[in-house]
Design a protein. Structure first.
Length: 79
């Protein structure tokens, strides 16, 4: 099971602004966070899976849509 990510760490992986992520959560198009008190957290594996399944379909013209995922996977492997 992957580590927990806070909002800023999710934004490093996903090419969306904070308001865009919140909008997608409200629309049911992005994983909902769990909360530790008032702190929103996401499981890294859930975000990686969402990136694999959704990012290229939603943004087919995005120059390198898998770059955030590939960078995260390389970081995991080197750790």
């Amino acid at each position: 099971m992957g580590r927990n990510l806070r909002f800023a760490e999710v934004q490093e992986k996903v090419p969306f602004s904070r308001s865009c992520i919140n909008g997608k959560i409200a629309e049911g198009k992005f994983p909902k966070p769990k909360y530790l008190g008032r702190i929103a957290i996401w499981n890294e594996d859930v975000i990686d899976k969402w990136l694999e399944e959704n990012l290229t379909d939603e943004f087919p013209d995005f120059a390198d849509a898998n770059a955030p995922l590939q960078a995260a996977q390389q970081k995991k492997q080197s750790a």
